[in-house]
Design a binder for this molecule. Sequence first.
Ligand code: HEC
Length: 396
Amino acid sequence: MLSLLQEWLHLLVRWAHVIAGIMWIGDSFLFMWLDSHLSQPTKPREGTVVGELWMTHSGGFYEVIKRKSLQPNELPPTLYWFKWESYSTWITGFLLLAIVYWLQGASYLIDSSVLALTQGQAVALSAGLLVAAVVVYDGLARTPLVGNLRAFGLLGLGLISATAYGLSHVFSGRGAFLHVGAMLGTIMASNVFFRIIPAQRAMIAATEQGKPVDTSLGLRAKARSTHNHFLTLPVLFTMLSNHFPSTYGSAAPWAVLACLVTFGVGIKLFMNKRLQTPAWAIAGTVLALAGVVGLTLPASAQASAQAPAGAVSDLRAQVIVLQRCTPCHALKPTHPSVTAAPKGLSYETPEQLKQYASQMLPQVKSKAMPLANLTQMTDDERAELITWLEAQGAGR
Ligand code: HEC
């Protein structure tokens, strides 16, 4: 009963997280798009007009005028803010992190072959990372370096890669990637909460009191929202990464992540600038993609043990799977950590083994399965199973 409740809670929170995320990222994309498409006013306009643009949607026409500041008497009765999209994405994301990675013995987070953490230690490291990331980022974003977006981006890429490298020596592969994403998402939400919204509040308060508005506040908020904007695609990848064990299970997961982050930023730049994208940025994006392909080719994937000398028989493969996988992957699992075949995958018959071979291979290779190695698969068994799965045509 408890595990059923937990599953429903998981579903509701995940659903809410995706919805909130779509709204937040949708806002970010729309406002960056608006800013980059403003043109000089076509007719005289009042106030500190930065630009204007026209759009058509929903059976009508929208006239948008951007002003840098307002006069006290110009404050509209209703002013729309965009902040709850961000806050609710973070809150649901944090709950999801706790439900999936902290509860149930933190079995998705701990990989004892990487580091034998206790549940308490893993949770403390996970939470500590989120706080530390905000402190470090915010410190850096107050230095003059923030004025140079390219240099700041390169430094960020270096720090993200270093974090991925460090985390892959602490957490399970999938836990490490997810935590890079959780860290970036937390930085983004903290930008909105601590910097962007307060700056906007201060500007409105000054307007209301008829004091001169410090527009540098708006510029600084804009720098933070630009950082957020370029982080969206990399963060989205890390959130999906747990479905792609060949990325976090490769020989150099931090390098794969660095390439994917670069690729995500490059694609966002291209979406913004289209044909005006500088050649160096296009070259970097293509190189990053080539890097991902090169780094995840089977030859460079992690070999957990010496490959067994000869072929592995069907019977031997079945014995290994029955012992190490079917405690969970069965119609009626016997392992206490699951109540139904995870993802509907049961490996009880020789036919099922062959049918799912190509799905099993990356999970076994990357050590994502058996989950947290709860069934204590040995390195030799893993190597034997990999050989057998490859002989079935998996991974080709
Ligand atoms: C302790 C329980 C447990 C054991 C043992 C286990 N698994 Fe899993 N497996 C899971 C759970 C839970 C999931 C769902 C993971 C998720 O939600 O991302 C899963 C998911 C999978 C998936 C689907 C992954 C995806 O994201 O599509 C494959 C394939 C898989 N396991 C293969 C195996 C193989 C092969 C073994 C044996 C070598 C094994 N598992 C052992 C619990 C287990």
